[in-house]
Design a protein around this ligand. Structure first.
Ligand SMILES: Nc1nc2c(c(=O)[nH]1)N=C([C@H](O)[C@@H](O)CO)CN2
Length: 117
């Protein structure tokens, strides 16, 4: 299966398990791989047959901005479910990073794969 990808999509969100985290915005970074057949778009050169990565990026930012969770696991799961529901993709691989959450680590996060590839 072909893929469309979106890397390093940065969103400011309310996310975290501690009380102080519920009063601030923190940066999350999405890396997305979407299972999608690109051949109809390629053969027709028609954006309407493509998975529009600009539209999908905007929707993920909106979703993350408008939903507050404690765990990044929950954000990842719900965002993947939203993508599978709202977009015509067979599968989603979603890596969600919370840079700066652990000062001693360059990065921390979770990776999930949902649907089919
Ligand atoms: N597996 C996880 N571990 C932790 C999370 C998380 O979302 N998933 N979150 C925190 C805190 O919110 C942390 O980011 C504050 O620095 C701790 N561990």
């Amino acid at each position: 299966m072909d893929r469309v990808f979106i890397h390093s999509l940065e969103v400011l969100c309310t996310i975290g398990v501690y009380e102080w985290e519920k009063t601030i915005k923190q940066k999350l970074v999405f890396d997305l791989e979407l299972a999608f057949d690109n051949r109809p778009a390629a053969s027709s050169d028609d954006i309407h047959l493509a998975l529009d990565y600009a539209v999908l990026s905007q929707r993920v930012c909106e979703f993350a901005n408008n939903n507050t969770f404690e765990l990044i696991e929950t954000m990842a799961e719900r965002a993947a479910a939203m993508i599978l529901t709202e977009f015509n993709v067979a599968g989603v691989e979603l890596t969600l990073s919370k840079p700066g959450a652990v000062p001693m680590a360059a990065n921390v996060g979770v990776k999930i794969v949902r649907g089919q590839f």
